[in-house]
Design a protein around this ligand. Structure first.
Ligand SMILES: [Zn+2]
Length: 387
């Protein structure tokens, strides 16, 4: 399918766009909450919708092993199965094959591995991965790729990239042009600028409807992670969506949006929530901290999520300390909402041309430590976006 992507405004390299799918439109830059096994951990599809999400992510590796593509297909496809009515993107599972599966064997035509669940033998090929995503009925499908860890030598990264490039060609050929959904080509090449450039050139020659930047956040530092985005994003076709896979903190997202990236996913908001780490507009709250025991204020007075509109920091502190299931659930709903609101602010900044000011304010806040919240590795304070 020809993926329709309208660019509504630009501000330097940053873009404010709209992506059209059979399951609705996506305002970009957009954050896609991660529902690895068909649901965001701790949230229903209804809650995700109410939080303002427009796209959900799921993972082909996990869904293949359990409950199985056949089951989901028989039940009417991934939208009906999950109850999520908006667009769905599935990651091809390449990353999971290399990080979770046991005894994998790579060959030019695919990868054979043992399931981390029951040890059964599974084979993924570029063609089978395309076919499985087609059967699920996803809106955005990803090619099978090899995601090398960091550090890696340039020679090994090159060998890996050659395999990924071959797989991208096979996947592109297997993808049925006139069917629903769009196939993303994934740029690999690790932390080597020349390899990233070559990866972009080979993928551009295959003319994918959209492109992803993969192989980031695999152990490299912030500086290299950002360099990869700065090298890669401007080389990708200007009229196609660009998706940065698996990132990151609000500061990472802001940096990438400033360099022209349109789509994001990350487990950070949900994972941090489960550990009692809350993103707020005044900093990061570690809600388990004793000083929140008697705190009657909402987690974030400017947030309109269910937690912030009705309950106090004291309640969340109590629930999470007591190990009550509802604690992480409320915290997850809040953090996901924070990320979605943050993206809405970024979209507005691109429209108004105020992204640079916003970035400066965020960076300044990060530097000052973000009282009253305890600072951590994520950006502490988010100022009001220019209105
Ligand atoms: Zn909230």
């Amino acid at each position: 399918m020809n993926l329709r992507f309208d660019i509504l405004a630009t501000s330097g390299p940053a873009r404010r766009g709209r992506l059209f799918t059979a399951h609705g439109t996506v305002e970009t830059p957009a954050f896609m909450p991660v529902g690895t096994r068909g649901a965001v951990k701790g949230m229903t599809a209804q809650e995700l919708e109410a939080a303002g999400a427009s796209v959900m992510l799921a993972n082909l590796y996990h869904l293949t092993l359990r409950p199985g593509i056949d089951v989901i297909e028989r039940l009417g496809g991934i939208h009906r199965f999950t109850g999520w009515r908006g667009p769905i993107l599935t990651d091809s599972g390449g990353y999971q094959v290399f990080s979770l599966a046991r005894l994998r064997r790579l060959d030019p035509d695919g990868v054979t591995f043992r399931s981390h669940l029951d040890g059964s033998l599974v084979r993924f090929t570029p063609e089978s991965v395309v076919e499985a995503q087609r059967r699920l009925g996803v809106d955005f499908a990803m090619t099978l790729d090899e995601c090398p860890p960091w550090p890696i030598s340039e020679a090994d990264a090159e060998t890996s990239l050659e395999l990924t490039t071959r797989w991208a060609e096979l996947a592109r050929r297997a993808w049925i042009e006139d069917g629903p959904g769009a196939l993303f080509g994934i740029v690999q090449g690790s932390g080597y600028r020349d390899l990233r450039r070559r990866a972009v050139a080979s993928l551009r020659a295959l003319d994918f409807p959209a492109y992803a930047i993969g192989g980031v956040s695999v152990g490299e530092g912030t500086e290299m992670r950002r360099a990869v985005v700065e090298w890669t994003a401007p080389e990708l076709p200007a009229d196609k969506p660009r998706y940065l896979m698996g990132l990151g903190t609000p500061l990472d997202l802001l940096h990438a949006v400033s360099h022209g990236v349109d789509l994001f996913d990350c487990v950070l908001p949900a994972r941090n929530a489960r550990h009692g780490v809350l993103f707020t507009r005044r900093g990061v709250l570690r809600i388990k901290n004793a000083r929140f025991r008697d705190d009657p204020r909402p987690v974030d007075e400017r947030c309109s999520c269910p937690l912030c509109t009705r309950q106090s920091r004291a309640l969340l502190h109590h629930l999470i300390r007591a190990g009550e299931l509802t604690g992480p659930v409320l915290a997850t709903i809040h953090n996901v909402r924070y990320y979605l609101d943050f993206m809405a602010d970024l979209r507005e900044c691109v429209e108004l041309g105020t992204l640079t000011d916003f970035a400066q304010e965020l960076t300044d806040c990060y530097a000052d430590g973000g009282s009253p919240a305890t600072p951590l590795a994520a950006p502490p304070r988010r100022p009001r976006a220019a209105r």
